[in-house]
Design a protein. Structure first.
Ligand code: FRU
Length: 479
């Protein structure tokens, strides 16, 4: 790869080594969630299985905890439990990506791993950076070994996109179907509508715009991170829309992250069903999915929300944000369900069974997995002085209290009957999976000291402590 790519890797290596002590001493570092070594991270990128390993890349700004020049950080793993940090896979080292290698996806072929991404460029001058001043370049990086980059190529520039789209076009998600390559790109039109551009190609390099997917009525001004996939025979168009009007439980956060069931064929006649959110909590955005070698559809999201106003104390220790756990998706009774991948159960230790009636107090490790079966018509799980999950009158409420909340308040999901609740708690996050993953709620929180937990209601629970995943970082200088 080019000289600048190598030099930038060396620079990232130095900054990671320099920040390592301070970041790793932070009490909010997670045990079983993927995080960056230092600085800022956002969207999951390039998820795939290639040559015997899972690859999880992510938007990584190692030099700044408030975001900034973007790279693709990279973890690989044979089993989703043992992770090896790899050198940054994509660096901003070309004229078409010099202000950040933005989000994108991986396509694993026999001969190579193709990494489709957006090269971000901000021109100097007096621009609104919506209709002028921003270069959104679709590009591909090629790696033969899945670790080092062999080449990069610019595929599409602003002038190649349909004439009615603004400068905001990004986040290519590529897949192969019926012997052809397809790509969806998120876009904002000049008159402020979100849509997904669909491209087709006979090889990874020559792309043609074949159609645009949008809703009959405008649905937000921008669709970020589109994804089009099939699960259990149902086609799904996933998007992270910005600017939708809050309605019912949809749109409780600054931006949204969800999906339209797609009926018919996206290349011919199709119709989009009703939009649903993947997660009704505070912190879940930019989900991306991929197919595991055993056919499972697995998704990860960024456990944060842009422009949410919710802070995080970890910035003071030199890092911010993490990814969600990998979730297995299914189509069931007309909606998507999501549950943590079964591999995570291997991290469970120290099982305790609790039958509760009334109020029962437990101390809980800072990383834990809880399975609850609920009888009766109300239930609560209370982290004293930090957070509470309550189900009553057919509504599940996730409430975070200061000082653990950092601006988070409460989120609600209508669940007429709550039978089961799976709760993954890590040092600074909670993920709730209700009724076998029919509804999901995720949040970061920053509790102090040990977790004291109260179970209220009638039912049975299994509590497990969670071991940390094994994460090996690169030895300084070994890139
Ligand atoms: C979503 C997003 C993407 C973009 C990336 C830049 O969080 O805004 O649309 O590619 O982040 O880091």
């Amino acid at each position: 790869m080019n000289r600048l790519h190598k030099d930038l890797n060396t620079l990232v290596d130095r900054v990671e080594a320099w920040e390592h002590g301070r970041v790793s001493a932070d009490p909010y570092r997670q045990a079983f969630h993927l995080m960056q070594p230092c600085g800022w991270m956002n969207d999951p990128n390039g998820l795939c299985w290639y040559r015997g390993l899972y690859h999880v890349c992510y938007q990584y700004s190692p030099f700044n905890v408030a975001g900034g020049l973007g790279f693709w950080g990279h973890w690989s793993s044979p089993d989703l439990l043992h992770w090896q940090q790899q050198p940054v896979l994509l660096c901003p080292d070309q004229p078409w990506d010099l202000h950040g290698v933005y989000s994108g996806s991986a396509l694993a072929e026999d001969d190579a791993l193709y990494l489709f991404y957006t090269g971000n460029v901000r021109r100097l001058g007096d621009h609104d950076y919506i209709n002028s001043g921003r270069g959104s370049n679709t590009a591909v990086g090629v790696s033969r070994d899945g670790v080092h980059l062999d080449s990069k190529k610019l595929l599409l520039e602003n002038c190649d996109y349909p004439a009615d789209v603004s400068n905001h076009v990004r986040d290519p998600k590529v897949w192969k179907q019926d012997g052809k390559y397809y790509m969806v790109l998120g876009a904002r039109t000049r008159d402020g509508r979100g849509e997904a551009l669909v491209y087709a190609a006979g090889d990874p390099y020559h792309w043609e715009h074949i159609r645009t997917i949008s809703t009959p009525e405008p649905f937000g001004y921008m669709w970020e991170c589109p994804d089009l996939f099939r699960v259990d025979g149902q086609d799904i168009l996933a998007v992270s829309p910005q600017g939708i009007a809050p309605h019912g439980e949809i749109g409780q956060n600054a931006y949204s992250c969800g999906y339209f069931p797609l009926r018919g064929d996206f290349r011919g006649d199709y119709a989009l069903g009703d939009y649903c959110e993947f997660d009704s909590g505070f912190d879940y955005y930019a989900q991306q999915s991929f197919e595991a070698p055993d056919g499972r559809r697995i998704a990860l999201g960024w456990m944060a929300m842009p422009d949410s106003g919710c802070g995080s104390p970890t910035a003071a220790s030199g890092w911010e944000h993490c990814l969600s756990v990998p979730r297995e998706l299914h189509w069931k009774d007309g909606r998507l369900t999501a549950l943590p991948v079964r591999e995570l159960e291997q991290l469970r230790v120290n099982e305790r069974a609790v039958v509760f009636s009334g109020s029962v107090r437990q101390t809980l490790a800072r990383a834990a997995d809880i399975e609850v079966e609920i009888d009766g018509d109300r239930f609560a799980l209370v982290w004293e002085g930090a957070a509470a999950v309550r189900w009553e009158n057919g509504v599940l409420t996730l409430a975070i209290e200061e000082p653990a909340a950092f601006g988070r308040t409460a989120r609600k999901a209508a669940i007429p009957r709550l039978h089961t609740l799976r709760v993954l708690v890590d040092h600074s996050s909670i993920e709730l999976f209700a009724n076998g993953g029919e509804r999901v709620m995720s949040t970061r929180f920053y509790p102090q000291g040990e977790h004291a937990l109260r179970l209220e209601g009638e039912g049975r629970a299994k509590l497990y402590d969670m071991r940390a995943m094994e994460t090996k970082t690169i030895q300084t200088g070994a890139r």
